[in-house]
Design a protein around this ligand. Sequence first.
Ligand code: M6R
Length: 606
Amino acid sequence: MCGITGYTGKMEALPFIMQGLEKLEYRGYDSAGVTLVDDKKMFICKESGRLSALSTKLSGQHHPQTCGVGHTRWATHGIPSQLNSHPHSNQAKTICLVHNGIIENYLSLKQELLKKDYHFRSQTDTEIIVHLLDDQYYHEGLNMFDALKKVLPRLSGSFALCIVTKDEPDTIYVAKKESPMILGRNSSGCFCASDAPALLPYTKKIMPLKDNEIAILRKDSIEVFGFDGSEKTQEWIDAPYDIKAAQRDGYDSFMLKEIYEQPRAIKETLRGRLTEDDVVVDELDELDLDWKDLKRVYFVACGTAYHACLSAAMQMQHLTSLNVYCFPASEFRYGEPYLDKKCLCIFVSQSGETADTIAAVKLAVQAKARTIGIVNVLGSSMSRMTDICLYTCAGPEISVASTKAYTTQLVLLNCLVLAICKRIDGSKADRKMIAELKNLPDLIRDVLKYDEQIKKLAKLLSDKNDVYFIGRQHDYPVALEGSLKLKEISYIHADAYYAGELKHGPIALIEKDTVVIAVATEAKIAAKTISNIQETLARGSKVILLTSDQIETEGFEHVIRLKTISQALMPVEIIIILQLFAYHTAVMKGCDIDKPRNLAKSVTVE
Ligand code: M6R
């Protein structure tokens, strides 16, 4: 969603701001803008559309200001337009701000401001904030820090804010609640951004701002306070990856780079998690939970992470007699789930900032359920909210279409499920599965060798309007994920069905040349899926079959055979093929792989 960058120091601010916004492009946006400030005036420049449109507008101009903020906006309230794009300023153009998040009570606050004769130029929820600050600053006579302390507690919803003022032209006020904000510093000055890749070319010293904190960035200092004004300790860390990790590195898209990074990402995620014959998830000992008393387990996430949860929930259902549930976070939060201290809730999120998942965590925490987070981004909001947090070590995932986050979630969830089952009934992890986990990086390298073959097969899909995915049991959640990948980046309508459900309705959609991607890797039920495939073939479909090397099939024109491993791990192999299908199809259709329309990397609104 929206991206923010800000700098104050000795250098010119614009180059940092613009390169940072470029690094944050993956978050998704439809307009962009910057404010540069000095003691004479605020320079504001905004443009709807791509960042390149803003760069073109700014090209040929010289801006010596050493303080400023930038923003890419993903429209929520009001269409993408120059008027609605950020920064927003007060009438006198002396206070300017950028915002990521949503102010849920903006309408009532707007009514209040209208009565005080404030005029609104945009349709955004954001504009009320700048007028509220103006009111406190000019009419109540407060300084900006005190004005913020008054205004911020009145805002419901989520926000990461950067504010600059003409009166303090080398200062940026930053505030955060439920939207990400990272601070950085080096000998030239102080920085802030929505995500670390924007900072990495300038500094590796970073500090994620926490919820309900205000930071004051000056040329050579950073102070951090709570919304109540109390001073906070600063926890600086070294960014857990370098700038190379956030660059395309010769690949034509981040998605392709990240598909190829999966062997390493899985290896890193499993580092320290496997012994000869067991999994190691010692963090579980920190949970205040009597395992024998555990009644329910909930897996909760959104999108791709939800698909990883479906696989893990299925694995757990097969291994225990516990009540195991899996919900998309947006359903969980309103579904009145039964929660108490005998429930364990496992939340999964690449970004750790997804609004629905965070709301679901809050619900579980309030009900005193025990909570585990599986998160990729160090220091993200979710990582601080759950009782314990396990990290996938995928490195930065820039592509909107999630790839390496999914496979690392699958393997970490696999270890977690095994470790939980051991605590419940003393069952030891299966030695065969441990060996397979260790071998997964090599196995994926082998699967990636199908790349050229898939590129050719993708021609079958590229001119289609609809593609259907089918699978049973563990092959079903991965079919869902494959169909999500295809629709996200190629805009082909793709649906996934349980293979056995096809004849109960969806088969009506199958006609001559409809492409069906069938996943049938489990020996004991593959024959059933193959019968369902035959039913589609009889109606003229073109089938691409993904199966495993122990299953005998004949008569299929397009078959990909994967090495047989434990069923719970098969999705890791299968998804590599489906990711490559989505990628090559989208390339053939000329789609922008890393900037799919309407999508944002981190969905920080409900
Ligand atoms: O950051 P999260 O894992 O919480 O994100 C959840 C979904 O928004 C995300 O997986 C989304 O579905 C991806 N674009 C899928 O490729």
